[in-house]
Design a protein around this ligand. Structure first.
Ligand SMILES: [Zn+2]
Length: 473
């Protein structure tokens, strides 16, 4: 330690030279804040509730978001001990002013080889500067989030480098030791700054002696996202812009639901999604829930909407407009952009029906994925609600002379939606509710007789015949 003592009293953030913060992955855990403790080697460590979310932007307690024009951005970073992991991004990600795009983004994080003993990162500042503060940022959904390192400084032009894992010797002074292993998963940030607004000292080089962290889990090499080195006499610090609209939570009008919008990968759609998409989803999600009640099954109170470019979608899904998994809806951003005034919102309605179908929770609070059901039935139901209830004026599910030949009740999507509309008008006004119930209580084809008094085959033939007549064929 240099010219200050580490307080052993309760942490006083403003005057402490050493601040630590963790972004809680689940917003509702934010209020848990930090529990701070001391040990001789570790200035601070935090115990936090860990969780998972689709992303955040280093909005850390007491720690500013990463800088883009700090002295670190001009420094040369080199590995001088240990080896980078084969999957790690190049060291340059540490001072490029960019942060990862998600909670597991190896392309934007530097990490030492898994299973190794960590290593040494040297930052050559190019000249001796008054270092006001050093901040380190890391992000991972699991055990690779925590940071554990010692920071050394040297004002020599060519300080002797230790042979890793040996401790740096003459010419180096220990600035601080950091261990956030107890903090759990999420985004971690550590800010080291001088006491009483003084600098950390005058340095030409900084050396990060990085150890695997002590989090529970198999992989403990920290995903380092960014390192900021602030020159006390440097220009005004510019920080990454906090993209307000990128990941945002919206309470529903009723106060019963929360919608998360993740537009990290398609920021241009954030504004549209907030103003156009979410309000419609909020209007319709409760309606759909009301339409499709199942005893003992609770629809999810949260839905996440993610905008993602086609190139980042799983290969088998890169051509779809959108898809749902549990209570998460992913939109194909390329499709959305083209269809903002067309199909975009209707596609959202279709997916929200899937959220009600498969993203509900049972009495124990477990996600209920439902029982096996023919896909044409659940897709037809989603399209029925979309085309016949949400946007009937668009007449998007018609039987025409063009499609009559191949139209069968189980053709799925729009054609099945048309069939369902016909069944609802003629035989079972509760068909949507019945179908949703069968997702949770079991489905077999015979059930159609119970619902309508007719077999599915009979219904299909009758519907086809009705269409033939209507088309004058
Ligand atoms: Zn679907």
């Amino acid at each position: 330690m240099r010219d200050y003592a580490v307080s052993t009293a309760v942490l006083d953030f403003p005057s402490s030279k050493f601040l630590f913060g963790v972004a809680f992955q689940e917003m509702n855990h934010r209020s848990l804040l930090l529990i701070v403790s001391f040990s001789p080697l570790v200035a601070l460590c935090a115990v936090v509730q860990s969780g998972r979310s689709d992303g955040d932007y280093f909005e850390l307690e007491k720690i500013p978001v990463p800088a883009t024009n700090d002295a670190g951005s001009q420094a040369t970073f080199r590995i001088v001990g240990g080896k980078a992991d084969r999957a790690s991004a190049p060291l340059a990600v540490l001072n490029d002013g960019l942060i990862p795009r998600g909670e597991d983004d190896p392309s934007r994080n530097f990490f030492f080889a898994q299973g190794s003993e960590g290593g040494l990162i040297l930052a050559d500042l190019g000249k001796s500067i008054e270092v006001a503060s050093v901040a380190t940022y890391s992000w991972h959904y699991g055990s690779r989030a925590a940071q554990r390192f010692a920071l050394y400084g040297s004002n020599l032009e060519k300080p002797e480098l230790p042979k890793w894992p040996a401790v740096p010797g003459g010419g180096w002074s220990l600035i601080e030791k950091v261990d956030t292993s107890k903090a759990g998963a999420g985004q971690h940030g550590v800010l080291m700054s001088g006491k009483d607004q003084k600098s950390l000292g005058k340095y030409r080089h900084l050396l990060f002696a990085v150890k695997p962290n002590l989090s529970k889990g198999h992989f403990n090499e920290t995903f380092f996202s960014e390192i900021d080195i602030i020159d006390a006499k440097g220009p005004k610090v510019i920080r990454i812009e906090k993209p307000n609209l990128i990941v945002k939570k919206f309470p529903s009008k009723s106060g019963k639901f929360t919608y998360t919008l993740n537009s990290i990968e398609a920021p241009d759609l954030a504004d549209w999604a907030e103003k156009e998409l979410i309000p419609v989803m909020d209007k319709w999600y409760p309606k759909i829930i009301e339409m499709l009640p199942v005893p003992g099954v609770k629809p999810s109170t949260e839905i996440t909407f993610t905008m993602r470019p086609a190139k980042n979608l799983p290969k088998n899904l890169s051509g779809v407009p959108a898809y749902a998994s549990g209570a998460s809806v992913v939109f194909n951003a390329d499709f959305m952009r083209k269809e903002l005034a067309g199909e975009a919102i209707g596609a959202g309605i279709h997916e929200v029906v899937h959220v009600v179908q498969f993203g509900s929770r049972d009495k124990e609070g477990q996600m209920t994925r439902g029982k096996p059901l023919p896909v044409w039935v659940t897709e037809g139901a989603a399209d029925y609600i979309r085309w016949f209830l949400f946007e009937p004026e668009k007449k998007g599910a018609r039987i025409t002379r063009g499609n009559f030949g191949r139209a069968s009740h189980d053709s799925s999507y729009r054609i099945t939606a048309h069939f369902f509309d016909w069944v609802i008008k003629n035989y079972d006004k509760d068909l949507m509710r019945h179908i949703n119930q069968s997702i949770h209580e079991g489905y077999q084809e015979e059930i159609w007789k119970e619902w309508t008094g007719k077999t599915l085959k009979e219904l299909g033939a009758e519907w086809k015949e009705a269409n033939r007549k209507a088309l004058g064929l």
